[in-house]
Ligand binder design. Structure first.
Ligand code: MG
Ligand code: MG
Length: 254
């Protein structure tokens, strides 16, 4: 089991904002097993709580290590996906609080992602989302546009960030309908004080269009594929160097 790190960047200048932690399972014979498959298995075996805590813990530790190495804004946050079983666990907010405490991570640096179908599921789930928000973390609505909820429902969910699904981004340049939907999502999100992140950005043209449409952040192969910890650290080092102002050379050594 390993955690891939996918950069999330600011638009339009592609400065790094954070990373999404993606769980992967490299099976010795079967290759990479999809999360949908092994999360289902983990849920069935009652291991999902432990798996969720492991991912959260390693993500927070990683962010703190990067900030020690590169400075507090490098990167600012880490985003972790919650599974349905985790959100059904009445203890989830306490678990997250425990991890934040153990890793000494400020709550504001953590974002948790839930899908529309998970978030829009009755009062128990809503209470849990509000408990998580009360810790000071950010909540993101993952893969927006693929579920059943509409733009009209956004205002009823206690979320901070709308992640626009890759299926909209992929066709945005050629399909007017998709483009209008992205634009409407950005406007509604803004009017509710939420920000937007586009998923699955693969081309410069898509990034430029998303910027024009007012999208705040993006993630996707245009900037990077999910990386190992080591590769992500090297990637950050390169970003950090590129963003340093060129130091004036003192006259004495010129
Ligand atoms: Mg996600
Ligand atoms: Mg997603």
């Amino acid at each position: 089991m390993s955690v891939g790190r996918l950069p999330i960047v600011e638009l339009p200048d592609a400065r790094v904002a954070g990373f999404e932690a993606l769980v992967r399972w490299q099976h010795p014979e079967r290759g990479v097993v999809s999360p949908i498959e092994f999360i289902e298995i983990a849920e069935e075996c009652g291991l999902i709580g432990a798996l969720g805590e492991f991912v959260l813990n390693s993500a927070c530790r990683q962010l703190m290590a990067w900030q020690r190495q590169f400075g507090s804004g490098m990167p600012r946050m880490i985003s972790v996906n919650l599974s349905r079983a985790q959100l059904n666990d009445a203890d989830i907010a306490r678990q997250v609080e425990r991890v934040l405490h153990a890793t000494r991570m400020p709550a504001a640096s953590l974002q948790l992602e839930v899908t529309e179908s998970m978030a829009a599921q009755g009062d128990d789930i809503r209470t849990r989302l509000l408990e998580l928000k009360a810790l000071g973390i950010a909540l993101a609505l993952d893969d927006f546009g693929t579920g059943y909820s509409s733009l009209a429902c956004l205002g009823q969910l206690p979320i901070d960030v709308v992640k626009i699904d890759r299926s909209f981004v992929a066709d945005a340049e050629t399909n007017l309908h998709k483009r209008v939907l992205i634009e409407a999502t950005v406007r509604v999100a803004r009017s509710l004080g939420m920000s937007t992140t586009a998923e699955g950005v693969e081309t410069d043209g898509q990034a430029a269009l998303l910027t024009t449409l007012g999208c705040d952040k993006g993630q996707g192969y245009l900037w990077s594929r999910p990386m190992t910890a080591r590769a992500a650290t090297q990637w950050l080092a390169a970003q950090s160097e590129a963003s340093q102002p060129v130091e004036a050379v003192p006259a004495a050594v010129r």
